[in-house]
Design a protein around this ligand. Structure first.
Ligand code: AMP
Length: 211
């Protein structure tokens, strides 16, 4: 089954997607990761996307949709998780069209619900490895050596968009643009809600039973 995983920044989409890749062999399509890779490689796409990401704004729909369209063309018949896409109703509608052209569909659109106070704790404390992208948290998952990745030894930093002033904009952008996806997927009969305010293992157990 193909799924959409959505929720606020910090809700655990990336963590749960990684678990689905590792334990269920699914293919992860993370638009945030694709943009960060493009930024690292200084491609035209990355330079354009960074202007929006640094402010906590959404990258324009047309850019994101074209990027996902290309990934879908190369995915073969693996089951996939969309992590961070769609983030607007226009993206969700475009996704529906892109999939039906390929005789594919979304089985479930799973919303991870996490209260705002918890999101703030998660986002302000999040740190990521500059090189391999491993994710840490200053309180709940610190690195063994300060600011050094346990996995690859590279520097561990705070994402630009996890800085406090940008987080407020990201949460507002999410409320205005992404929350309406709940009604959209309810209307399609594909909507499932999971309480994301528990350990990642517990969330994953529920997620597995839903899929
Ligand atoms: P994420 O890693 O999913 O939190 O995404 C980081 C940033 O990438 C977001 O704050 C947006 O600026 C941009 N981004 C990722 N996915 C999308 C999307 N589907 N639509 C628009 N912008 C996106």
């Amino acid at each position: 089954m193909n799924i959409v995983l959505f929720g606020a920044p910090g809700a655990g989409k990336g963590t749960q997607s990684s678990l689905l890749v590792e334990k269920a062999g699914m293919f992860q399509i993370s638009t945030g990761d694709l943009f960060r890779t493009a930024i690292k490689n200084k491609t035209a796409l990355g330079i354009e996307a960074q202007k929006f990401m640094d402010k906590g704004a959404l990258v324009p729909d047309s850019i994101v949709i074209d990027m996902v369209d290309e990934v879908l063309s190369n995915i073969g018949n693996k089951n996939f998780i969309l992590d961070g896409f769609p983030r607007t109703v226009a993206q969700a509608e475009a996704l529906g069209k892109m999939l039906s052209l390929r005789n594919m569909e979304i089985g479930k659109a799973i919303f991870l619900e996490v209260p705002r106070e918890e999101l703030l704790v998660r986002l302000t404390g999040r740190r990521v490895c500059k090189s391999c992208g491993a994710v840490y948290h200053i309180q709940s998952k610190p690195t063994n050596v300060d600011a050094v990745c346990d996995l690859c030894g590279s520097e561990v930093v705070q994402r630009n968009d996890d800085k406090k002033d940008v987080i407020a904009t990201r949460l507002k952008t999410y409320e205005d643009n992404t929350l309406p996806l709940r009604s959209y997927y309810k209307g399609l009969g594909r909507y499932v809600e999971i309480d994301g305010n528990q350990s990642s293992e517990s969330v994953f157990d529920i997620l597995k039973s839903v899929i």
